[in-house]
Design a protein around this ligand. Structure first.
Ligand SMILES: [Zn+2]
Ligand SMILES: [Zn+2]
Length: 136
């Protein structure tokens, strides 16, 4: 669906989006559900999944796939890179890489290139024992 035909927010969808915008952890649907449920005690995990899918289809959030691990969600649509903890899977934003960073030419390897992802990985402060574990 084109962004100009985006669907109207239901109160549930608005709450889910607001919670995601407040979080810097790029939560999975399950992690986001735990936060949303504090505000909407009767919401179900399935409702959170469905609304995340609507928000993604409408181009209002990003869905980040990590192979067999749960997808994570990001309400920040500005281009930015991520760092992922190899111990616990936590994902945080990284400052922009030195530019110009030149992606390979479009149509490389015969593909129609529709995007690319630069991902850092390392060990987060919590897994390093430098910082207590937080949820947001
Ligand atoms: Zn970690
Ligand atoms: Zn991000």
């Amino acid at each position: 669906m084109a962004p100009n035909r985006r669907r109207r927010n239901t109160p549930q969808r608005a709450t889910i989006l607001a919670a995601l915008e407040e979080m810097t952890t790029h939560p999975t649907a399950t992690e986001l559900y735990a936060v949303v449920r504090e505000r909407l005690p009767h919401i179900s995990l399935g409702t959170v999944y469905r609304n995340l899918e609507v928000l993604r289809e409408d181009g209002r959030i990003r869905r980040m796939e990590y192979g067999s691990a749960d997808a994570r969600f990001d309400a920040c649509l500005e281009p930015h890179d991520h760092i992922r903890c190899t111990e616990c899977g936590a994902v945080r934003d990284m400052p922009p890489a030195g530019r110009p960073f030149a992606p390979a030419p479009a149509h490389a390897a015969g593909f129609e290139v529709t995007g690319y992802r630069l991902e850092y990985y390392g060990v987060c402060p919590a897994c390093n024992g430098e910082e207590p574990r937080g949820t947001r």
